[in-house]
Design a protein around this ligand. Structure first.
Ligand code: ADP
Length: 428
């Protein structure tokens, strides 16, 4: 049997977030990193209810984002997807040039469908939409930190106008009164909007119940566009219910390690907590890498001697002042590149030395590690902390590797030990 739901995500960690929500609602999910070279027919059948293809299309030029999304669409349709889900950020990260509008319209055209919805709402993460206006926590989008985002500054909170500026077709609103009235009322409103020539409707949602009602209303709609929140209301349309089975992973046998290249507040806390627990940790110094020292070799020698004692941490995580100093000396992009390459080589080396359970902290760092490991597909397993599941990948030799890819601000303080089922201060 083919897959039910085919998802196109505009970035990697967003793809995992969506996959995690689908698994929690009972679907078995595989996440693919970029569109496979071969069509699904040329591959082993995908044993999953949903496939999420992770693209890097959020901030590339719109034409590139459209092209990649259409390739993903073609793959997913060939794999049998009955409904397509275009997933973007819950803060609707985009500019007047795109990419949410152009990609949505290109998908609609390719699918021959004349209507879709748009909702980034994810109340569990504080993202709600009311009267078409997006709130981040207690403030409007344009009053949140997104106002100053370096690539996609959001200065208008009204999604109907934000999306309207990116699309050729008209954008309308399914407002909260309609959503609250239930799936039937939403379908009636969709018919009205369609007749009025509207092609995309922003849908309000301020609670999980709203998302569940919307999910029921869009049953049978060929294309939906949303943040990851809508995923909680879709699997039930095919009869899926939450189950442990959906999150079951093939077992992994081997050592445990953590590689951290994130410099965010939450990760700094997690590194501190790990250091305080007295477990083995090796600090990677970007200036030593830049000076040509064999930092990767030293980190691996350190780790190899201690892998038998439970999780080993290799980290470049530093407080903001220290990071700024390094960036001042090396340049921000160069420093980031150097560290990402070093940590990816460390991860590769750790796996070569028998690590089969690996936590990676940092969005960009995760991308670099996954590339270095040659991982192209992940089966999504149980959630460790909100938004971060364990995943399983098959290594070239056939072994299973468990990976947890944590973007910067996710996870509780004890994440690096909790992920392995250990308490922070448990003796190793
Ligand atoms: P996050 O998800 O927290 O944003 P990322 O991995 O996406 O984490 O981004 C962190 C960036 O900072 C990466 O490019 C990484 O290589 C870089 N970096 C990590 N440690 C340091 C450091 N000590 N000094 C300078 N840059 C660093």
């Amino acid at each position: 049997m083919g897959i039910r739901l085919g998802c196109i995500a505009d970035d990697f960690t967003g793809a995992t977030d969506l996959a995690n929500n689908l698994v929690r609602a009972g679907m078995r999910v595989v996440q693919l990193i970029d569109v496979p070279e071969e069509g699904p027919a040329g591959q082993r059948p995908v044993d999953a209810d949903a496939v999420v293809i992770a693209l890097k299309s959020r901030t590339v030029p719109a034409a590139e984002a459209v092209d990649a999304s259409l390739r993903a669409l073609a793959w997913l349709r060939e794999a049998g997807a009955e409904q397509i889900y275009f997933k973007y950020c819950s803060t609707f990260d985009s500019t007047p040039a795109g990419n949410i509008g152009p990609v949505s319209e290109a998908l609609m055209e390719a699918m021959g469908t004349d209507f879709t919805i748009a909702t980034p709402a994810f109340p569990d993460n504080g993202r709600t939409v009311f009267k078409g206006h997006l709130f981040v926590g207690d403030v409007l989008l344009a009053d949140s930190g997104m106002r100053n985002h370096p690539l996609t500054p959001m200065t208008d909170s009204n999604l109907v106008s934000v999306l309207g500026a990116q699309t050729k077709g008209a954008v309308g609103l399914i407002d909260h009164a309609v959503v609250a009235a239930g799936a039937e009322a939403v379908r009636g409103r969709v018919d009205e909007l369609r007749e009025a020539g509207v092609r995309i409707a922003v849908a309000d949602a301020v609670s999980n119940d709203d998302l569940v009602r919307l999910g029921a209303a869009v049953r049978g709609l060929p294309l939906v566009t949303a943040g990851s929140g809508l995923a909680i209301g879709l699997p039930v349309n095919w009869g899926f219910e939450p189950s442990l089975e959906a999150a079951r992973l093939p077992p992994a046998h081997g050592h445990a390690a953590v590689v951290s290249g994130s410099v965010s507040v939450a990760t700094n806390r997690q590194v501190r907590e790990f250091l305080n627990s007295g477990r083995p940790a090796f600090a990677v110094d970007p200036l030593s890498i830049a000076a040509g020292e064999d930092v990767v070799g030293e980190a691996l020698a350190f780790a190899a001697a201690r892998l038998g004692d439970g999780p080993v941490l290799v980290y470049s995580t530093e407080a903001p002042e220290a990071v700024r100093t390094v960036q001042g000396r090396l340049g921000a992009a160069e420093a980031g590149d150097l560290v990402e390459r070093a940590l990816a080589a460390v991860a590769r080396g750790l796996v070569d030395r028998g690590v089969r359970r690996l936590v990676v902290a940092g969005g960009e760092t995760s991308g670099a590690v996954v590339r270095a490991l040659g991982v192209t597909a992940l089966r999504i397993g149980p959630q460790i902390d909100p938004g971060v599941p364990w995943c399983a990948a098959r290594l070239a030799g056939g072994d299973t590797l468990h990976l947890a890819l944590k973007s910067g601000n996710f996870g509780g303080p004890a994440f690096f030990t909790a992920a392995f089922g250990l308490t922070a201060r448990e003796a190793s």
